[in-house]
Design a protein around this ligand. Structure first.
Ligand code: HPA
Length: 283
């Protein structure tokens, strides 16, 4: 795959900044498969469909609305990507990592990334929500190779604290306050679009993975390289291949996320509301 065209990212970000009237979001969120309803009760200030954003293009996967919003969270503004572009659906990296790039370009400090994932660890059941503590990149690729472009961060980004520990603590705090059960685990990202074979799932289990999915890692790497704080949440929608007996299907993935929608809604709203307040605002 070609190296990222950072000039194309920059001109699209500049055009959106102008179109949206110089917004100053403090937070950003990428709502993946089945997570779109998490913001159903939010106050949306502005909306731009992805197909009107040249770098993004339409989100073609069911369960992904494909709309960029600016939302008023009550405590600030959040840049919301309702739907994502996956690596497997794109012929270049720009659509995949544009949300992280734009969040950084508009000055957001925190990016929440959500997804649907298959549960590998035995006690993760469909409908469970999991905080991503760390990831294993089994996509066989990374968005950052190619000649170094300093505007995309350091040549060798340090990912030691990629999923920011303080944000994981905040997720636990808001979940406890609302009585929402929250698991923690390691997310392994595969390129997709085929689901995994049983042998692959056994291999990922022995590597220490708790859940598997086809997204999140490229955006998380890009956001972290740009200096954003990153939080990740998975909705476990199925048991990964051969961990359960069920056949795997995207329709099932979307159906299960509906069960978890009330918890997603509370968690996302409370978390974004809390981290969107800068210390100066809350004094
Ligand atoms: N594997 C990969 N991606 C997924 C899965 C899975 O089992 N479930 C939801 N997204």
């Amino acid at each position: 795959m070609k190296p990222i065209d950072s000039d194309a990212l920059q001109s699209s970000a500049d055009a959106l900044r102008e179109q949206l009237g110089n917004p100053t979001p403090s937070t950003a969120a990428i709502l993946g498969s089945g997570w779109g309803a998490a913001i159903d009760d939010w106050t949306l200030l502005q909306t731009v469909p992805y197909d009107r954003i040249p770098v993004l293009g339409p989100a073609a996967v069911k369960g992904h609305a494909g709309a960029l919003h600016l939302a008023d969270t009550g405590n600030g503004t959040c840049l919301v990507f309702q739907g994502r572009r996956h690596r497997y659906g794109c012929s270049s990296w720009e659509p995949v990592i544009f949300p992280a790039f734009l969040a950084h370009a508009l000055g957001a400090e925190t990016l929440l990334i959500t997804n649907a994932a298959g549960g590998i660890r035995a006690n993760l059941k469909p409908g469970d929500l999991m905080v991503i503590d760390d990831h294993i990149n089994a996509m066989g690729t990374n968005p950052l190779p190619g000649p170094h472009r300093p505007e995309l961060g350091p040549r060798f980004p340090d990912l030691t604290r990629l999923y920011t520990p303080e944000l994981r603590t905040q997720l636990d705090a808001v979940a406890t306050e609302r009585g929402i059960a929250l698991a923690h685990g390691i997310y392994v990202a595969v390129s997709g679009p085929s689901y995994e074979t049983p042998a692959e799932v056994r291999a990922y289990a022995s590597m220490g993975a708790d859940a598997v999915g086809m997204s999140t890692v490229p955006e998380a790497i890009m956001a972290s390289a740009l200096g954003l704080k990153v939080a990740g949440l998975s909705c476990i929608t199925n048991r990964a291949a051969a961990i359960g007996n069920e056949a795997l299907s995207h329709d099932e993935v979307i159906a299960v996320t509906r069960v978890a929608t009330p918890s997603m809604r509370q968690l996302v709203s409370a978390f974004i509301g809390r981290v969107g307040v800068s210390p100066a605002d809350s004094e």
